[in-house]
Design a protein around this ligand. Structure first.
Ligand SMILES: Nc1ncnc2c1ncn2[C@@H]1O[C@H](COP(=O)(O)OP(=O)(O)O)[C@@H](O)[C@H]1O
Ligand SMILES: [Mg+2]
Length: 295
């Protein structure tokens, strides 16, 4: 298994597009997505290298969710290409795209999207059952074990904490061993403790299993668990950070905020618009950074 943490050791972004050495699990070129007269993505070129953990950040409305949806084959781009595991999504019809999404792509959301009447095990098994397969009890149990919830297989979502529910959602996303796991603000609905628990698990899956992971987040501490941070502004890649710390991420966001402030005055007083850029999550940086170094 590749040791994903090593990406933090070198100048991983030397080539510009790639987030580390190795082949790209996901390759995006010239990606555009237009909704009416709104340009959500305006020519995005990115590689997400296999076995790496990337955070995607940027102001609200900068195109983060659209990027993930297009890269995951949940939305069709207006232009450009997306390759997952070497397969170009644009060339696939609906049925093959659905199958590729099911087999090669995992997705978790801020709201865990578990079915409340089903147990953890039944939720994890659901995607395979919907695909007409009958996952073995052992496979479901193994998926729950990977997220540390083997003992909770019979619990329903209401009997689990938020962090545990998101871990069930992760087990469900990972049961097919996807080439890439996408998370759109997967810790956005969690308290600090549960959030750290889920982030620690994501990091562990990358390090232990080489699970390529791409996560949208507003929180610099969350981003510091990744190998690399990509910043979007107005549907374009505006910059990157390798081996991010919560401080370097927060500083980069503050710079973006100054550059994009409508009146050019920035937010040096830390009020109002700083929150809009997602800086609210910087509270408690010190402890969280200590936590990250233990990973
Ligand atoms: N389904 C949609 N219909 C119309 N506009 C959309 C749709 N989805 C996103 N947008 C617009 O595209 C832009 C980028 O949105 P989004 O990707 O959700 O941003 P982010 O996730 O960074 O907040 C925004 O201006 C948003 O209003
Ligand atoms: Mg979004």
């Amino acid at each position: 298994m590749p040791g994903g943490a090593s990406a933090a050791e070198g100048p991983a972004d030397g080539g510009g597009l790639a987030g580390g050495e190795g082949p790209a699990a996901v390759r995006v070129r010239g990606l555009r997505r237009v909704y009416g007269d709104v340009v959500a993505l305006d020519g995005v070129d990115l590689d997400f290298a296999a076995g790496t953990f990337t955070a995607v950040m940027g102001p609200s409305g900068s195109g983060k969710s659209t990027l993930l949806q297009c890269a995951a084959g949940l939305d069709r781009p207006s232009g450009g290409t997306v390759r997952v595991d070497g397969i170009e999504l644009g060339g696939l019809g609906e049925r093959r795209l659905t199958r590729l999404r099911r087999d090669r792509i995992g997705f978790v959301f801020q709201s865990f999207n578990l079915l409340p009447s089903l147990t953890a095990a039944q939720n994890v098994a659901l995607p395979l059952r919907l695909a007409g397969r009958r996952p073995s009890r052992g496979a479901v149990r193994a998926a729950l074990d990977r997220v540390g919830l083997g003992e909770r297989a019979g619990h329903r979502p209401a009997e689990l904490s938020g962090g545990q529910q998101q871990r069930v959602a992760l087990a469900r996303a990972l049961i097919t061993r996807p080439a890439v796991l996408f998370g759109d603000e997967p810790t956005g609905a969690l308290d600090t403790t549960s959030s750290r628990e889920v982030l620690g698990l994501l990091r562990e899956l990358v390090d232990r299993e080489g699970q390529t992971t791409v996560m949208v987040t507003h929180d610099p501490v969350a981003a510091s668990y990744a190998d690399r941070v990509v910043f979007l502004v107005d549907g374009r890649v505006s910059g990157e950070l390798a081996a991010p710390s919560a401080e370097t991420v927060a500083a980069h966001l503050a710079g973006l905020e100054r550059d994009t402030a409508p009146d050019g005055s920035g937010s040096a007083d830390g009020s109002g618009s700083a929150d809009a850029a997602g800086l609210a999550g910087t509270a408690g940086l010190g402890g969280a950074v200590a936590g990250r170094s233990a990973c």
